[in-house]
Design a protein around this ligand. Sequence first.
Ligand code: TYD
Length: 136
Amino acid sequence: MNIELCKIIDLPKIQDARGNLTFIEGGGHIPFDIQRVYYLYDVPGGAERGGHAHKGLSQLIIAMSGSFDIVLDDGWNKKRVHLNRSYNGLYVTPMIWRELDNFSSGSVCMVLASNRYDEDDYYRDYQEFLIAKGFV
Ligand code: TYD
C-alpha cells in the first residue's frame, strides 16, 4: 500500500441553523465496515501519538474537535496531513506508518477501525516495518 491511497474523505454534512450534523455508515461512506471506535483526548501540548503501522487494519481518522497533524509514511514517501474539520476523515490503509502530533488544546481525535484491537496487527518497530515492506 502507498500513501497515495490514503485520502481525505468528505463526509456528509447536514447544515442547520441549530447546528451541523455529520454521519458515517460503514461500507457506505468509508471503504470498510466499522468494528471499533476509539478516541484520543486530553492530549498534552507537544505530545506525539501513533508511531506504528498496522498489518491489516484500515482506519478513518477524524478531528472531532480542534486539530492535529498526521504524518503518513509508506517507507518511500511521507505526507503531512492537517485535520481540523469534523466532516473530514483521513482514510489510512494497512501498512502505513503514521505519527500524530501538533495537537491543539482540547482536541479530540476519533478513529474508526475495521477490526477489533489486536496487538499482533501492529508494527511498532520502524525497521521491522521497512523489512516487511521489502525496503531492507
Ligand atoms: P496505541 O495504539 O499505541 O496508541 P496510539 O497509536 O493512539 O498512540 O495504544 C495505546 C495503548 O492502548 C496500548 O497499550 C494498547 C491500548 N489499546 C487498546 O487496548 N485498545 C485499542 O483499541 C487501542 C487503539 C489501544
